[in-house]
Ligand binder design. Structure first.
Ligand SMILES: [Zn+2]
Ligand SMILES: [Zn+2]
Length: 329
């Protein structure tokens, strides 16, 4: 499995995942960059946008979906998301609010239409039929979502060489999800945009060889920063965004003493965080808890394209072989 971050942060997010012989199963997790930027970065990764089999969405906010209308119009990939997320996208496009209309121009004040405190979102429970009907109507009226696969949070599916398991995360969107992807015996877990950490999230994170986890802000920096009181409260709420400290605690709770792990800290705020702060915070927590830092490859994801992971790295690591040898005795 190969994973490349095409962009990460409050202003835009997209991950490229490849698996199978010659990376034949290619998908995106989120498409929250200006479409031209996304396509250029795919080309830099050696991938044509036409080769993208599906776009897997964590939720419908702009910084995760802004390239979607153009991408769908030109290349028509399958869109996989919870039914409520699909319904929210259809509603947005009906209202003439295609996510790319304000693309990339408002870093960190991001998602202005969705992130107003107190704003109502569709409730998932008991509304599935209604939401499905709305998705169908969207298709019928030739909305951009022509090819969709509804994957309710908590369910799984097989897409080519990749097994996808989704799980709910707490965030102020219609039905936000995290994903655990498996291929060739390796697992990648993606958790972005989550205001708190739940047991089901920890269970998924525990299984990952590569964990991509939000570390949105430094709490002190956010509280002293320029944001309005309401926005600060929204970010700090249990359905807002994870702080460096919350990310560190989650990593500790999922710590495995028996193996290596790669961790990418993602979705860093440009205003309320820095890569240095995020790294220092997580390293401090791990060290204080007695975790062996040699066992972890910790990095922050930049706003620009950056960070690539190949599961064959697991094969080259001395620790992995040592474990194998011990296991054979
Ligand atoms: Zn969001
Ligand atoms: Zn986001």
């Amino acid at each position: 499995m190969r994973v490349i971050s095409l962009g990460s942060g409050s202003s835009g997010n997209a991950l490229l995942i490849e698996a199978g012989p010659n990376g034949r199963t290619r998908l995106l997790i989120d498409a929250g960059l200006p479409c031209r930027t996304l396509i250029n970065r795919l080309h830099l990764a050696g991938v044509s946008p036409a080769q993208i089999l599906a776009v897997l969405l964590t939720h419908e906010h702009d910084d995760h979906t802004m390239a979607l209308p153009t991408l769908l119009r030109r290349y028509d990939p399958l869109v996989i998301a919870d039914p409520a997320t699909l319904a929210a996208l259809v509603d947005n496009s009906r209202q003439g609010q295609e996510p790319n209309t304000t693309a990339g121009s408002r870093p960190d004040a991001a998602q202005p239409r969705f992130h107003r405190p107190g704003e109502e979102y569709p409730v998932r429970q008991g509304q599935d039929e209604q939401q499905r009907a709305r998705v169908e109507r969207g298709r019928a009226s030739s909305q951009p979502l022509r090819r969709t696969l509804a994957l309710p949070a908590g369910s799984s599916c097989l897409l080519g060489d990749i097994e996808i398991v989704s799980f709910p995360v707490p965030h102020d969107a219609a039905a936000p999800c995290g994903y655990l992807l498996s291929a060739g015996g390796c697992r990648v877990c993606v958790v972005v945009d989550s205001g708190s950490v739940t047991p089901i999230m920890l269970e998924a994170m525990r299984q990952a060889d590569l964990l991509i986890l939000e570390a949105n802000h430094d709490r002190e920096r956010l509280l002293r920063g320029p944001y309005s009181y309401a926005l600060k409260m929204r970010i700090l709420s249990p359905t807002g965004h994870l702080s460096n400290e919350q990310a560190a605690q989650a990593i500790l709770q999922t710590w495995r003493a028996d193996g290596l792990r790669w961790i990418w800290l993602a979705h860093l705020s440009q205003v309320n965080n820095t890569p240095h702060l995020a790294l220092r915070s997580v390293q401090r927590y791990l060290a204080e808890a007695g975790a062996t830092l040699q066992q972890v490859h910790l990095a922050t994801l930049p706003r620009a394209m950056g960070a690539a992971w190949d599961s064959t790295r697991l094969w080259h690591d001395e620790y992995w072989w040592r474990c194998e040898t011990l296991g054979e005795r």
